[in-house]
Design a protein around this ligand. Structure first.
Ligand code: OAD
Ligand code: ZN
Length: 251
């Protein structure tokens, strides 16, 4: 059955000036990027759960394996394309006076769909960062695979520029996202299990500050109970429904 947009939400969507969206792995699922959780278990690579291989401790212990894991994921992501959910959100930036897209994803698919100024709370898989001087560099699929790569500025080892388990989020980005969550009237939380903090606190911050909070997910999550509206369905099917102007066809 196709999900429908309730009349109340449709009215709020049309009237809203300040809108904030938080996305997670589920928004890229229909592009073929595997999620971390759900679908029968958690991601495992070479016998290691993803929260072990994607950890600050593993950077210290075995930087080469961390690179191999992210190379594997980059290979997966290198051949995928944005889906109708990414495309719908790229259109939304033109609908509202103040629109903020915050993502936990590191795949760059929002930008590939045309979204500008995406707040990337967990970094970007296409970027490397020098562990000594902090210089960053974009990676390509084609480049030769010296692992770990050497920094062009100082020659030190580089690491993937992503936030790992046991690490802090980029504070400036999180603060900006939290401020937008406080200011917005309508907050969407799309395709995230909402288990990883502090990203998962953003919908709660928005709710606490008076926003109407809407979840889009085929499964219930830890946040479902605090949301004002839960649209049960796939992001790529639900989000484009907001484009349809003829209300009579929807409810
Ligand atoms: P998860 O894998 O934890 O959750 C994915 C969510 O997407 C689940 O709630 C699914 O029900 C939902 N989902 C699946 N298919 C969907 C679809 N087509 N449309 C909408 N929703 C769908 O992913 P995240 O919540 O993003 O962090 O995980 C958060 C963080 O945990 C990640 O950013 C990553 C991971 O550790 C770091 O690497 C730091
Ligand atoms: Zn350097």
């Amino acid at each position: 059955m196709q999900a429908q947009i309730p009349a109340e939400l449709r009215r709020r969507f049309r009237a809203a000036r300040r809108v904030c969206v938080l996305t997670g792995a589920g928004v890229s699922a229909e592009s073929g990027v595997p999620t971390f959780r759900g679908g029968g278990g958690a991601a495992v690579w070479k016998g290691m759960p993803f929260d072990v291989i994607s950890s600050a401790a593993m950077i210290e212990r075995d930087l080469k394996s961390v690179w191999e894991w992210f190379d594997y994921r980059r290979d997966l992501i290198g051949s995928v394309h944005p889906n109708p959910a990414h495309e719908a959100l790229a259109r939304w930036q033109n609908l509202f006076g103040d629109f903020t897209l915050v993502t936990q994803n590191i795949d760059g698919l929002h930008q590939a769909a045309g979204s500008r100024e995406v707040i990337e709370l967990h970094g970007n898989i296409w970027r490397a960062k020098c562990m000594a001087c902090g210089a960053t560099e974009m990676l390509s699929l084609e480049q030769t695979r010296l692992r770990p790569p050497a920094c062009v500025e100082c020659g030190s080892e580089m690491r993937p520029d992503v936030v790992l388990f046991g690490e802090m989020l980029p504070m400036q980005d999180f603060t900006k996202a939290a401020n937008k969550a406080v200011e917005c009237e309508l907050f969407f939380v799309v395709g995230t299990s909402a288990l990883v903090y502090p990203a998962a606190s953003l919908p709660e911050i928005a709710k606490g500050a008076g926003a109407y909070v809407v979840e889009v997910n085929p499964e219930p999550t830890a946040l479902s109970a605090v949301c004002d509206e839960t649209l049960s369905g796939k992001a790529g099917e639900v989000l484009p429904l907001f484009d349809v102007r003829d209300e009579d066809t929807l409810f």
